[in-house]
Design a protein around this ligand. Structure first.
Ligand SMILES: [Ca+2]
Ligand SMILES: [Ca+2]
Length: 322
């Protein structure tokens, strides 16, 4: 079982790395709570150590037809991912993190066919805010090579059975047309109210069957079971939201520039304007996660007029120097 998990972990990491990052909003807590209403929550550290060390909760669901239990890992909504030189005393680093807040989970992934990395997160209803990430960076900055704050909400499956919901990745691109045909035939034949979307990212084809209505985990499993048994295709991957492959936002804390709201590597009056517009109408004038982090300068979480004033002061100081 354990060996199988590590293979799946590696595959999921590949999938995750290749996924396009889109900027749609992170689904609400209520959405995720509802999604797992018919699952059993399990407490097992073996599971929690998985999913990049960013698993927050694990749920299990037995599929009635196949009598197979599928495990779903829900990721922490926010976590820090960082890298450190080979000779770093990681245990000491972990202790420093615990000193900041003992509820924080410190996870280290050894360099197995890749590079080692470390993550910090919190498995509770508390948030690990961008401000916390900034504080933690101050604690660790002399010992790290990179330091990123991630906010996302994702669900992955760790199934002993790959017949999973509504998302297909076909690794053999030679079969792309055939796969697409099989899936659209299934859609038509079954009369399922859903659409098929395909996407090619770095030579890998992704297929999603996106239901018109939100489905429970059981309904998704039933649908997946039907797709697999009638098309012979392998399905895997659980996506929390219908249309987005990923909702992850990443802030590079190490290279952040205070006040640079529009992320053009300089602080000008345009940054103050960007924040003012965002405060007035965030739908019309959105800011990236990095921009919001850079602009949040007054020590209080969130963007307000005080942050705009702080940015204007930097801009004025630059003018004074030149
Ligand atoms: Ca700027
Ligand atoms: Ca602020």
């Amino acid at each position: 079982m354990k060996k199988k998990l590590s293979v799946l972990t590696a595959m999921l990491m590949t999938v995750s790395a290749a996924m396009p990052v889109c900027t749609s909003a992170v689904p609400s807590q209520a959405y995720f709570d509802g999604m797992f209403a018919d699952c059993t929550e399990i407490e097992d550290i073996e599971w929690l150590e998985n999913s990049f060390g960013s698993a927050e909760k694990v749920f299990a669901k037995e599929h009635e037809d196949s009598n197979v239990t599928v495990y779903f890992v829900r990721s922490m909504p926010e976590y820090i991912r960082f890298s450190a030189p080979d000779d770093t005393n990681i245990e000491e680093l972990a202790n420093r993190v615990k000193t900041y807040d003992e509820r924080l989970v410190f996870y280290s992934r050894p360099a197995l066919g890749g590079f080692p990395y470390y993550s910090i997160g919190v498995r509770s209803d508390d948030k690990l805010t961008a401000k916390d990430a900034k504080e933690l960076y101050r604690l660790l900055e002399d010992d790290v090579l990179s330091f990123e704050y991630h906010s996302s909400r994702q669900v992955f499956d760790y199934a002993s059975y790959w017949h999973l919901p509504a998302f297909v990745a076909d690794w053999n691109t030679a079969n792309a047309e055939e796969t697409e045909q099989k899936l659209s035939d299934w859609l038509e034949r079954s009369g399922t109210e859903a659409r098929l979307e395909t996407e090619s990212v770095e030579g890998v084809n992704y297929y999603q069957i996106i239901p018109d209505n939100k489905l429970t985990v059981t309904e998704r499993l039933d649908m997946a079971h039907d797709i697999v048994s009638s098309t012979g295709l392998m399905l895997y991957g659980v996506m929390p939201e219908d249309t987005s492959l990923s909702t992850e936002e990443i802030v590079d804390i190490m290279n952040a520039l205070d006040g640079d709201a529009n992320c053009d590597d300089k602080v000008t009056v345009a940054d103050a304007v960007a924040v003012l517009q965002y405060i007035a109408n965030r739908e019309k004038y959105p800011m990236t996660a990095q921009g919001r982090f850079n602009a949040d300068m007054d020590g209080n979480d969130g963007l307000t007029g005080d942050d705009v004033r702080a940015i204007q002061m930097i801009d004025a100081a630059i003018w004074d120097e030149t």
